[in-house]
Design a binder for this molecule. Sequence first.
Ligand code: HEC
Length: 124
Amino acid sequence: MMKRRHGIAVATALAAILALAAATTAPAPSSVQAASEQSTPSVENGKQLYDRYCAACHYPATTAKKIGPGLKAIYSRGKFEDGTPVNDPTLRRWIEKGGKNMPGFEKSLTPQQIADVIAYLKTL
Ligand code: HEC
């Protein structure tokens, strides 16, 4: 099947993300830094995190496929591609664990940052 091609695409995307992360570590806006205490999820912070960690693979303004499916209206659509309901816990789990071709963000994003990304996803 298309496994191999997909793997290369994902590896390329990951390399791009790592390069981007390396290039942007120094002047990262302080609002992106992990908050140690949980606070109200911030859509604004979630958008910055999305641009940094998700946009390489997911268009925010369409459902067209980039490397992963476009995430426009992911929340109001109500279901993931596999039929699972979309809600805060299932989205959080998805972002933490990743998928077949999506990396998990458990180690790179704090629970607060994931809550921020989810708040942003709700606006798409
Ligand atoms: C390296 C590419 C890549 C990155 C980075 C990535 N994803 Fe994904 N994502 C995918 C792929 C590919 C899929 C399709 C399922 C699979 O094969 O894993 C997917 C699926 C999803 C889905 C399920 C969509 C559906 O309708 O089933 C959600 C939600 C999602 N990603 C959110 C995110 C968020 C939020 C981030 C950033 C924190 C992110 N992804 C970062 C590649 C990526």
